[in-house]
Design a protein around this ligand. Structure first.
Ligand SMILES: Nc1ncnc2c1ncn2[C@@H]1O[C@H](COP(=O)(O)OP(=O)(O)O)[C@@H](O)[C@H]1O
Ligand SMILES: [Mg+2]
Length: 424
């Protein structure tokens, strides 16, 4: 045992730091500078200057794929707007809701109501005349809406409400709340509201009621995917603040950008890759972040993604995957769909589950193939026609650890197989 000298900490402190401030590299950080989004920022700013003049802002419909900077841009502008409104003493409020989290008409109206109530409570000493807080269930929806109207009209103001990820509402069949909110001004006396709807799904418009499209989409702002060069600029910008000076080796940013450009120009993926590469370098106590760290990070991210995908498979698909695993571990000759079905059905019997038909199992095999967990190759099987040859496309240990959380895995030998000998 060393004498107490704090040596262990001193040593760590002397190590070269990889990160200057990791926060700048996290997806939740809202950058003040958004390279290659000038056009979108300017369009929105021109729409949102209206409330500063006491006018009603147009409703806006924003769309673009994930990672194209929609949320970051809107949040940045909302902060700016609040700031300027404060300076100019204008009654302008902004409110942000994510429909992936708040996903029913009731909850959206209730959350909005309570947020507006909260702002009013903060502003005044006497709140006895304010309507009560809305519980998250229990009231008739009409009453929640009336409550929202009362709170909105409590004083004269202009409010901008952003509803992010509204495509979630359509898949849940609750998009009529968009209609209600985009038309709310006709029910208001003093206050004016502008609604912003953000969608990650481009085909979403065709699924929407045309009435919603016309009232929400008074203005439309499109966020196209970034190309590799643009992603490089974004990463440069963020890494200058996030990483210590000079720790990023030549080629690292370029590689991260190239990776993400192949993934639909998703800036979130580019940032994740860069931050993960930095974390790996840090763990290794390396002096610099290198392209090898990027490659390792990319593998780690892919590994985690696969693990999540396998874990969220339906039980029947897990059994099919488990069958492939057991056969492969057994180093059976080429694994055919017949072998898989044999092992699969005996696993089912053992777990007391229904055995699906060969046809359904064949469908599950194709799905696993499409996910990239297995490779299935169609081969001719002589006079018996065509069959599939299957192999795992991921580390068997990974499949084992992901599957065995829910399914007890035994040895292939202990399975009551009817064709056991043939499989060996
Ligand atoms: N132009 C940009 N400059 C800097 N960071 C950006 C830019 N565009 C996107 N980002 C960052 O990329 C990540 C994903 O952006 P986000 O706004 O969440 O995308 P979306 O909402 O379109 O899915 C966030 O961390 C965001 O800060
Ligand atoms: Mg978003």
């Amino acid at each position: 045992m060393q004498k107490k000298s704090g040596g262990i900490f001193k040593e760590l402190l002397e190590n070269k730091q990889i990160f200057k401030d990791r926060e700048y590299l996290r997806p939740s950080h809202i950058p003040e500078n958004l390279p290659h989004r000038d056009e979108q920022v300017n369009r929105l700013a021109r729409i949102w200057v209206a409330p500063l003049r006491g006018e009603t802002p147009s409703n806006v419909f924003i769309y673009g794929k994930t990672g194209t900077g929609k949320t970051a841009t809107v949040k940045y502008l909302m902060e700016e707007l609040e700031h300027v409104a404060g300076d100019l003493s204008r009654e302008v409020e902004v409110s942000y809701l994510n429909c992936e989290v708040v996903d029913t008409k009731y909850r959206i109206l209730a959350t909005l109501s309570n947020k507006i109530r909260e702002t009013l409570v903060e502003e005044r000493d006497d709140v006895s005349d304010l309507p009560e807080e809305v519980p998250m269930t229990g009231w008739p929806t009409d009453e929640v809406y009336d409550n929202l109207l009362t709170l909105l009209d409590y004083r004269k103001q202009v409010i901008i409400v952003t509803l992010d990820e509204i495509d979630r509402l359509v898949s849940k069949g609750t998009s009529d709340v968009l209609y209600l909110l985009s038309r709310i001004n006709s029910d208001l006396d003093k206050t004016k509201m502008g609604v912003v709807g953000i969608s990650n799904n481009l085909n979403f418009v065709s699924d929407l009621d045309p009435r919603i499209v016309s009232s929400l989409g008074e203005e439309e702002v499109v966020f196209p995917p970034y190309d590799a060069n643009q992603l490089e600029d974004i990463l440069e910008e963020r890494s200058e603040k996030g990483f210590a000076d000079g720790v990023i080796e030549e080629g690292v940013i370029n590689l991260c950008a190239a990776h993400a450009a192949r993934k639909h120009g998703d800036a979130r993926k580019a940032l994740d890759l860069l931050r993960n590469a930095g974390e790996i370098a840090e763990e290794e106590e390396a002096q610099k972040v290198t392209t090898e760290h990027v490659t390792l990070a990319s593998r780690k991210i892919e590994h985690d993604r696969m693990e999540e995908a396998i874990q969220s498979l339906p039980d029947q698909s897990k059994l099919v995957l488990l069958s492939v695993l057991l056969l492969q571990e057994r180093k059976a000759r080429k694994i055919g769909t017949g072998d898989i079905y044999e092992v699969y059905s005996s696993l089912c019997r053992q777990h007391g589950w229904d055995v699906l038909t060969r046809r359904r199992v064949s469908g599950l095999i194709s799905e696993l193939d499409m996910m990239g967990v297995i490779n299935a190759r169609v081969v001719s099987n002589g006079r018996y026609g065509r069959t599939k040859e299957v192999e795992l496309n991921v580390d068997p240990l990974q499949v084992r650890s992901a599957v065995q959380k829910e399914i007890y895995i035994q040895d292939l030998d202990s399975l009551p197989l009817s064709k056991q000998k043939k499989l060996g």
